[in-house]
Design a protein around this ligand. Structure first.
Ligand code: OOG
Ligand code: MG
Length: 263
């Protein structure tokens, strides 16, 4: 049975998750200690994000999770979830980054959207398309703060949808049909994952519609200028120091990053 959390429990859980992320040390699932519902999980998420804001980061967008069958099957979670993206998570396209800040990171190919208009809770697919200022290939770097990368739905929401870092390619004008573009992810030049943008709910614009609905429900409706990651097209892949990761989406371009050679 779920037990409602009081404000001090929410801040204790948020502090534990935030410390785990800062120190790159995994922790046991929170729900092993205290089962809580999805609403409380979003309150914990919000408190972890506010800790980042307190350190000077800005909230720059949101990401969707579990919008493809591949991800639902890989992680045994079938509900869509929302996470928040901050300035501290953004990595420049082509950058070399250190592995040290991660616990057991994985990368996944995604579609990124840039909004040129606010998008409300009841936005339609047409309104979502009209609100697009740009589309870009993206890589989401997830790094669950939980042991063995295992969690319940409430745990992963509290952990800000495993968000650790993300990389965006160049923004391009939204093509009229973005629902059937081949997406690939290669590690050290070898293609490891391949799918279609249509693997995201049949059309990645539906992930944007869901993001608008969930973000409004959580009290931070999507604003002009926000970045939205639509969720992974394929399963994620682990990576290690020295690797080079590239994702590409037909007609949209490519995005890549590298890991520095040593820990
Ligand atoms: C949770 C994050 C899910 C996606 O694209 O589906 C996600 C996880 O898999 O750890 O980012
Ligand atoms: Mg993702």
């Amino acid at each position: 049975m779920n037990i409602p959390l009081n404000p001090s429990q929410i801040s204790v859980f948020a502090e534990e998750l935030d410390a785990a992320a800062c120190k790159a040390l995994e922790i046991p699932q929170l729900t092993a200690r205290h089962r809580f519902n999805v609403d409380d999980a979003y309150r914990i998420q919000q408190a972890t994000v506010q800790r980042r804001v307190g350190r000077g980061e800005q909230i720059i967008g949101v990401k969707m999770g579990f919008t493809s069958r591949a991800k639902m099957a890989q992680m045994s979670v079938s509900d869509q979830i929302l996470g928040q993206l901050t300035s501290g998570m953004r990595v420049n396209n082509g950058a070399s980054i250190s592995f040290d800040t991660f616990i057991h990171p994985r990368c996944e190919p995604e579609v990124g959207f840039l909004l040129r208009k606010d998008l409300g809770a009841n936005a339609t697919v047409e309104e979502a398309f009209d609100a697009l200022g740009g589309v870009a290939p993206a890589i989401d770097i997830i790094d669950s703060r939980y042991k063995q990368f295992q969690f319940s739905l409430s745990d992963v929401i509290a952990d800000n949808a495993s968000s650790a870092a993300f990389i965006l390619g160049e923004w391009v004008a939204p093509p009229h049909d973005i629902a059937a573009l081949v997406a690939e992810m290669a590690i050290d030049g070898e293609v490891r994952q391949r799918g279609s943008t249509g693997d995201i709910l049949g059309n990645p614009l539906l992930a944007l519609v869901s993001a608008a609905r969930l973000a409004s429900a959580q009290g931070f409706p999507l604003k002009e200028g926000s970045i939205v990651l639509a969720g992974a097209v394929t399963s994620s892949e682990p990576f290690t120091p020295g690797m080079r990761v590239q994702a590409s989406i037909a007609n949209l371009g490519e995005v890549h990053f590298s890991l520095l050679p040593t820990r």
